[in-house]
Design a protein around this ligand. Sequence first.
Ligand SMILES: CC(=O)SCCNC(=O)CCNC(=O)[C@H](O)C(C)(C)COP(=O)(O)OP(=O)(O)OC[C@H]1O[C@@H](n2cnc3c(N)ncnc32)[C@H](O)[C@@H]1OP(=O)(O)O
Ligand SMILES: O=C([O-])CC(=O)C(=O)O
Length: 372
Amino acid sequence: MKDGLEDVIACKTTISRIALENGRAILEYRGYDIRDLARKASYEEVAYLLLYGELPKKYELQDFKIELAERRELPPQIIGLLTHLPPYTHPMVVLRTATSYLGSLDKKIAVRTREETFNKAKDLIAKFPTIVAYYHRIRTGRNIIPPALEFSHAANFLYMLHGEEPTKTAERALDMDLILHAEHELNASTFAARIAASTLADIYACVVAATGTLMGPLHGGAAQEVMRMLREVASPRRAEEYVKRKIEAGERIMGFGHRVYRGVMDPRAELLRYLAKRLAAEGSTKWFEISEAIAKAAYKYKKLLPNVDFYSASVYANLGIPDDLFVNIFAMGRISGWTAHIIEQYENNRLIRPRAEYVGEKEKKFIPLSKR
Ligand SMILES: CC(=O)SCCNC(=O)CCNC(=O)[C@H](O)C(C)(C)COP(=O)(O)OP(=O)(O)OC[C@H]1O[C@@H](n2cnc3c(N)ncnc32)[C@H](O)[C@@H]1OP(=O)(O)O
Ligand SMILES: O=C([O-])CC(=O)C(=O)O
């Protein structure tokens, strides 16, 4: 067995498929190509698809959108929590703390019927953006902006964050970004959620496990690190020297490399590159140009290809999203994938409990405390 469970099949799923065919990566959600979903669907449609397994009919989508919109507002206790957390708390720590608190307020926390689990999943999908936007406004000393029922999931988040209705381009960019982040088979955070679900822990506990796991810089935390790199490089002219130096020092270039896309482009990175380029054309080209120069150098010096986190950084920067909210945006997309996996695990459950190969010392003679 390779370290890090590489190539190990740990469960069966019908939620997403990653495959390499004719040198090209395929990523499908419930059988639909990510490229089609990103171009033609909305985040709400994709969340429905992930949860229920089928694309919604028109009336089903309408009802689903209304239900999500009605679930957006936070209980006063959660707003109180966001007000009392220190302004230096990382927004991902806030998100997992607020998720846990939501669990403590749910009198039916232990009920795992299908209907109740779907209700809790929809609640979390609807409330994640509000937690993120409210905390950001509170920590920056501004008034919170209640959710607007008439706006889409993406538009409403930008509205609650910035306090003004977003442009159609900004709304569509975030919508597409959330679709691209919604699901990715057995990545580390989803696996963490499924492990928790396999003990029959409540859905909040599973989502807290996933949220904590996503935050690490080798996973979703990479997007914030990419932005740190873009700021450090500061100009396309300095990209090559930066990449060369990092690679010669044996360091990682954030936003590059992937466990399952080896030698092929992450299909989401291609779409995000297109999105980043389109946003740059309408706003500032600075971050996109630096990103392009870094990508060129990373390929030249180590044949490295960008992953989903790389171009997300310049997309978010051009949407006016602060760097330390980048992982939260990822979580706002991924919550629909996480909850779909938790439901799948509950419905086909067997405890996940692998073995470890013991490589330490054996059969040692106990030495009494007085003789050590
Ligand atoms: C949403 C997501 O989670 S996407 C991933 C986000 N994370 C990042 O962008 C962080 C940077 N990337 C990485 O650290 C890695 O590529 C990971 C963690 C994503 C995947 O790691 P693994 O599958 O364990 O790859 P592994 O460590 O085996 O790397 C294989 C080779 O590629 C190199 N490599 C992989 N990624 C990078 C990178 N970003 N920068 C430099 N070299 C890299 C490794 O050094 C290694 O080279 P070697 O064979 O010469 O030693
Ligand atoms: O699949 C992975 O290992 C990481 C990833 O790209 C994701 O979670 O979107």
